[in-house]
Design a protein around this ligand. Structure first.
Ligand SMILES: [Zn+2]
Length: 126
């Protein structure tokens, strides 16, 4: 289990160098890289504030009718949420009150930027 303080987590988010809605996480079960922009596109909410509660916590596949996690990740989203019965997350963020919050792992800066580019290419083909 990886643990990060809230400050470390925020620093890692900042290190991705992307706008808030493109901050990228990795689902621990299917390995899909996803962001608030994906959740909004999937209909989870209208804007960042509405999808923030799902971010790094529920796989985008929950909002697109994806199936359960496969034994071997196939690159497609799944219906996993860290709010379920099983705690199979890989990262816990520790807040100043010493509480541990399970979260999806953050993507690397390169992954986050590549993910944002791929989304922008879909939304704005040129
Ligand atoms: Zn998933």
């Amino acid at each position: 289990m990886q643990t990060m303080t809230l400050d470390e987590y925020k620093a890692a988010v900042k290190a991705q160098g992307v706008p808030q809605e493109h901050i990228a996480m990795k689902c621990p079960m299917c390995g899909t890289i996803q962001s608030a922009a994906d959740l909004i596109a999937a209909g989870a909410g209208a804007d960042f504030d509405e999808v923030e509660k799902y971010l790094a916590f529920s796989c985008v596949g929950r909002f697109t009718g994806a199936g359960s996690p496969r034994k071997i990740p196939d690159g497609k989203p799944c219906n996993w949420t860290l709010g379920g019965l099983f705690t199979l997350h890989k990262l816990e963020v520790v807040t100043p009150d010493s509480k541990k919050h399970p979260r999806f792992e953050l993507a690397s800066p390169a992954e986050a930027q590549a993910h944002m580019s791929s989304r922008v290419a879909i939304q704005d083909p040129k």
